[in-house]
Structures are given as structure tokens and as C-alpha cells.
Design a protein around this ligand. Sequence first.
Ligand code: ASP
Length: 324
Amino acid sequence: MKKTILLVHTGGTISMHVSKESGAVVPDSTNPLMQESKKLEKIAHIIELEAFNLPSPHMTPQKMLALRDLILQTIGNNNNIDGVVITHGTDTLEETAYFLELTTNLEIPIVLTGAMRSSNELGADGVYNLVESVRVASSEDAKNKGVLVVMNDELHSSVNVTKTSTSSVATFQSPQYGPLGLVTKSMIHFHQAPLKREYVEVSKLDKKVALFKVYAGMDADLIRSAIDYQYDGVVLEGLGQGNIPPAVLPTIEELLKLQIPVVLVSRCFNGIAQGVYGYEGGGKMLEDMGVIFATGLNGQKARLKLLIGLNQVNKPIDVKKFFI
Ligand code: ASP
């Protein structure tokens, strides 16, 4: 029997075209994907909604939360939905995917997809990726695998996937871990599955979390602005195994004294940050001061995770345990 898939559009290049007048890639007044339902209906029964028609740099955590609520509400009203597909701009797709990973706990698949070439460009990849995503969302094997990203014949976990190329259709990669599987002409083939899934209950996002990239010769002024602007948490994309320049240390100490959690990830896209070095600004020193090391996440995802954690309904999180 045909599966029922909820298809939610949010915008991005997949919903754009190249303007003949300016040559720029621009949003359409009507989403070109809305005309593709015939191709999709061959695979599954489609319930189609347009949540937004935004370039993904315009996405915000508040909009991600609204998207989450729309999905849960629609599933609540139609108990026959077997899977969800979301079309999204690729620039922040990994963030929305990870947001949904942490804030939904559904058994059915949630798949995000996008395109690197807009609808009227040579080699446009949008409809292809959309068809593959509907196939994945209809697959029994995709259940309980967490939120997935499907592009260019690959299946990725929202936890590990990141945009790696400004323009290649193979932009989405999972550094260190690789894809969860492949999409072929005849198969949805998983070769790994996530060991753990996390769920955090959130209903609003009042807190503010900043993300800073650490660099050689960094001064404390920028990080200090997190205190001045009353941020509730700070994530640092630190150096190597998890180190920072000494000039930043006193401000980190100040943040911690003010009970503002400081989470550290590595700028390196492989490996896990940890407290190894004992020199001034070294990871061991930071760990002893109370800086929390996030296990293997990139900066933008650690930032979202801290934001979601600090907004958990009812109980405050233990930041250290939350990031293991
Ligand atoms: N700038 C576009 C966006 O994220 C890129 C894309 O969709 O591929 O909306």
C-alpha cells in the first residue's frame, strides 16, 4: 500500500530560479516544487504544505520551532502520516535538521533535502533530491534513524552532516563518520545507524547563545560582548584538541563566575575536543576551570544544542552531562 508523506516546503535554492533579467538566483512568487506532485504521487500519497518561502540564511531558531510545531500538529491531525520530507535552503539546512533531531521524538522518518542548482539551471538537482527523499521517507528502514538529510544519492545523520562545498551537488558530508547509507535506483541502503537519540522538550526559546570562532592572536573583546549583551551561554570553536589563546582566558573565567556556561568544540572537522594540554589556555586548564567539552559536534550545532538545552521545559539541564 502507498505510504502517506507530509511534504513541507521552507524555501531555498530548491524553490528558486535564475532571473533572466538580472542573472541572479531569486525566490519565485509561487514555489516551482508545488508543480511536481505528479512525480511524487507515483511514490507516495503526498500532503503538501508551504511553511515558508525563505532563503535559508533568513531561518531562525524561532522559525525552526514553528516548523517543528507545524509538523507535530499536522501529524496529530492525520494519524496516517508515515514520514515527513522538508525542503530547505542548504546554507542552514544542517541546523534545522539538528534542531528537529533534538526537539522531536518520532518513530517515523523526517528527511530534509535541498538543491545546489535552482529550478531552471542546467543540471538542476532539486526535483531529483526531492524524489529520493520521498522514497527514503516511505522506507520502513528509515524509521528510528533520527532526522536524516538526503542529497546527491546519500543519506546522512543530522548530527554529523555539514555543508562542505559552496557549490558542489555533493556538498553534504559527514566528516569522521561518513553517510548512514546510499540511495540507489532500486534501494534505500543503510549501512550504519545512530547508537543514541536525544530528545529535549522545548516550547519557547527565550535564551541567547553566542558562537565565537577562536583564532591565533584573538583578544577578549568580542567574547566580552557576550557579557555586555547578556547572553545566557557561549560556544567557542576552539583550536585543535580544544585550546584557546591566553588573552581570552580571563573573560572565560568571568563568564563562568557569572554562571554563563561556556561550551567548547574544535575548529577541526574531524575528531573530538578534549582537555589534553596543560599550558595557559590549553584544554586541560579550560576543563579544570569548568569549560564543557562537546562531544564531536560542530560549532553551529553545539550552539543550537546549548540554546535548546537552556530552554528545556521544567527542569534545568546539567550542561556537562547534556554534552557527553
Ligand atoms: N543560499 C541558499 C539557501 O540556503 C543556498 C541553497 O539553498 O542551496 O537558501
